[in-house]
Design a protein around this ligand. Structure first.
Ligand code: DP6
Length: 396
């Protein structure tokens, strides 16, 4: 009866961001968050990008409360409530309906605090890591060990893929109740040790149409999206799995670029149209193609989500040279020494031919900074009590 009698039960977890190489765009059930197509992503390393969440329960708490990055938010948000309800349902099922006196009471109110180790203002997709982390921390608090991607999916579709490390598929599933719409690990983060990721955080863009709203308009109006979901994605998913299995960067990179481009084409095909790619995005796309053309094969691959930041995939032996190309193309405005963050990047000298062929029209200050990272593991339990985001009083 230890847990129940302690004044405060508490659990802290961390969870990663993921970036899709076969995109999820469109729901067949908006309430259960069931997608119209399967998707596939790479989980990014938590040393560079992660969410930390502490969940605490106490019989002394008088109401459920939630803090995001230190600021109190509405805990009544339907997606937060769906996650909470589903984890509690699993806990109840696990206890077999009987009163397990050792288990934490499911009737206690809870406090939740969540923080990102990257600036929210940078517009890096944080809802996937956020909901994956919330579900992991709640599950730990209540002693639930079941499959949890189905629960994380209820927070945000892409969050189910953040429940695993490495390369992850979210299978669309067939059942109307969503019990087969789950994430599965395709390969662990150790599978492709040379793979690197550069996140190009761009400067001063206003907030575009949210993905939840945008994809619903696409489902209702875009014939291209229907064709994509029914015909294109099933073929691409099988191809992408093969490229990953074979560590074929050429195949992986080309397909990732094509799939990003088709996702943005469905946005243009939406009515009224949605624009996530900006003039700068198109500039980065052209730069990547010039770079690959100069080398005669695919050395870098871009992908863009529902925002202006660019994500670049490359192998480790390409990073220093391409980062130098980026430095020349987007000369840092002020923070020259902080332009590249994350994993160390070596120095590279560019040949005259490369510069002439690839670096056209430099745009000073257009890229705020570059984050260098790699594939990483799934959610982690934080054992060290000094890392909890809630104090002994249950407050941040
Ligand atoms: C473009 O998972 O944020 O990043 O399920 O409504 O919460 P909801 O949407 P969300 O959509 C992500 C869309 C995307 C592509 C992807 O991550 O697969």
């Amino acid at each position: 009866a230890m847990a129940a009698e302690r004044a405060l039960a508490v659990a802290t977890c961390t969870a990663p961001v993921n970036i899709a190489v076969i995109k999820y765009w469109g729901k067949r059930d908006t309430d259960l968050i069931l997608p119209i197509n399967s998707s596939l992503s790479v989980t990014l390393h938590q040393d560079q990008l992660k969410t930390t969440t502490t969940a605490a329960a106490s019989r002394d708490f008088t109401e459920d409360r939630l803090w995001l990055n230190g600021k109190e938010e509405d805990v009544g948000h339907p997606r937060v409530q769906a996650c909470l309800r589903e984890v509690r349902r699993l806990a109840r099922k696990r206890r077999g309906g009987g009163e397990d006196t050792a288990a934490l009471s499911l009737s206690y109110k809870i406090h939740i605090a969540s923080e990102n180790n990257f600036p929210t203002a940078a517009g890096l997709a944080s809802s996937a890591a956020g909901y994956a982390c919330l579900v992991s921390a709640l599950a730990r608090l209540y002693g639930v060990e079941e499959e949890l991607s189905e629960v994380a999916r209820r927070g945000s579709g892409s969050a189910c893929r953040s429940m695993f490390g490495g390369f992850v598929q979210w299978q669309r599933g067939e059942r109307p109740d969503g019990t087969d719409s789950l994430a599965l690990q395709v390969a662990p983060e150790t599978h492709w040790p040379e793979l690197r990721i550069l996140v190009l955080v761009v400067s001063g863009e206003k907030k575009p149409v949210g993905s939840t709203e945008g994809m619903q308009t696409s489902v209702e109006t875009s014939p291209l999206l229907k064709h994509r979901a029914e015909v294109v994605v099933p073929e691409r998913l099988a191809q992408m799995m093969r490229h990953i299995r074979e560590r074929d960067f050429e195949g992986f990179g080309q397909l990732a670029m094509r799939d990003s481009n088709q996702f943005h084409a469905t946005c243009l095909d939406t009515f009224p149209p949605i624009f996530y790619l900006t003039d700068l995005s198109r500039h980065i796309i052209a730069l990547a193609h010039r770079y690959n053309a100069h080398h005669g094969h695919t050395k870098v691959a871009y992908t863009f989500d529902a925002g202006p930041n660019a994500v670049i995939f490359a192998l480790a032996d390409t990073v220093a040279e391409f980062v130098e190309v980026l430095r020349r193309s987007f000369p840092p405005a002020t923070n020259g020494d902080q332009f590249v963050q994350g994993l160390p990047v070596g120095s590279a000298a560019l040949s005259q031919e490369l510069v002439a062929a690839v670096v056209t029209e430099p745009r000073p200050g257009a890229v705020q900074y570059i984050l260098h990272t790699k594939p990483g593991p799934g959610p982690q339990l934080v054992d060290d009590p000094s890392q909890h985001l809630l104090g002994a009083d249950g407050l941040p």
